[in-house]
Design a binder for this molecule. Structure first.
Ligand code: DGL
Length: 267
């Protein structure tokens, strides 16, 4: 196997990063994938920076041992908190989710007022503010921590009938709308699952999904390092979790758009 045919490693705290896996399967179909969901430690959003950095190290190390050629941090919380440390310690190409989402939002906003909903730890890291201002220096950024969303989404409460999810979203998003934002970043890779609910709350708003927004950056990074898989052979994917593989497999389908029950392994 040539080096470019080696898999891309992707990690998240749980199921959310599968939204990036889905995008890779659609846009880069020849790429092989090794996914790690750190479901034993989900949610990351209420953990300390030290804990999140430790998890991110362990996850990256695990993927490297699986022989990956590059790592995508499909978790805003880990990207915002531990990205620099990981980049300093590992030499392989690394792609996050925050910078690509910020770049897209900066290109979409007309009034330079951008809202971000994300986990508590991701908001606390200030990474979205920094990234947005690096693309649009006078951008006003309004961030709201949304601690109830990841547990609700992991529990499968993602429809308009799930009133606790709709109420939480209204509580987090409406104050941002009232600040006059014209663009909202869903700064957590779990949130694409509730995109339709968000659209109902703020119709007409520009909405940027982190995770899927990073597919362009990932493609560029691989191309620049001559690591794009051009074999012409449809890629395969392996799924590992630190928690319960059966439970993960049961819920993965809705994130991935395909059933992987029985195919998830214990890390
Ligand atoms: N998908 C992770 C993110 O993007 C979820 C974080 C969590 O586990 O709280 O931030």
């Amino acid at each position: 196997m040539s080096f470019s045919e080696k898999p891309i490693g992707i990690f998240d705290s749980g199921l959310g990063g599968l939204t990036l896996v889905k995008a890779i399967k659609e846009k880069l179909p020849y790429e092989n994938i090794v996914y790690l969901g750190d479901s034993l430690n989900v949610p990351y959003g209420d953990k300390t920076p030290g804990q999140i950095t430790e998890f991110a190290f362990w996850n990256t190390q695990f993927l490297i041992e699986k022989g990956v050629k590059a790592v995508a941090i499909a978790c805003n919380t880990a990207d915002g908190t531990a990205r620099r440390e990981i980049q300093e310690c590992f030499t392989l190409p690394l792609v996050g989710v925050i910078a690509p989402a910020a770049e897209k939002a900066a290109s979409l906003t007309r009034n330079k007022k951008v809202g971000v909903i994300a986990t508590q730890a991701a908001v606390k890291s200030g990474a979205y503010e920094r990234a947005l201002r690096s693309y649009l220096a006078d951008c006003q950024v309004f961030s709201a921590p949304a601690p109830r969303l990841v547990p609700l989404i992991e529990a499968g409460k993602i429809t308009s009938e799930d009133s606790d999810t709709v109420e939480a979203l209204r509580e987090y998003i409406l104050p941002l709308r009232d600040k006059g934002i014209d663009t909202l970043i869903l700064g957590c890779t779990h949130y694409p699952l509730i995109l339709e609910l968000v659209k109902d709350i703020v119709p007409g708003m520009n909405i940027v999904c982190s995770g899927t927004a990073s597919i362009g950056a990932l493609t560029e990074k691989l191309r620049a390092a001559a690591l794009l898989n051009t074999s012409g052979v449809r890629g395969t994917a392996e799924y590992f979790v630190t928690g319960d593989p059966t439970e993960f497999g049961r819920h993965a389908g809705v994130f991935l758009g395909e059933n992987i029950e029985g195919k998830v392994q214990k890390a």
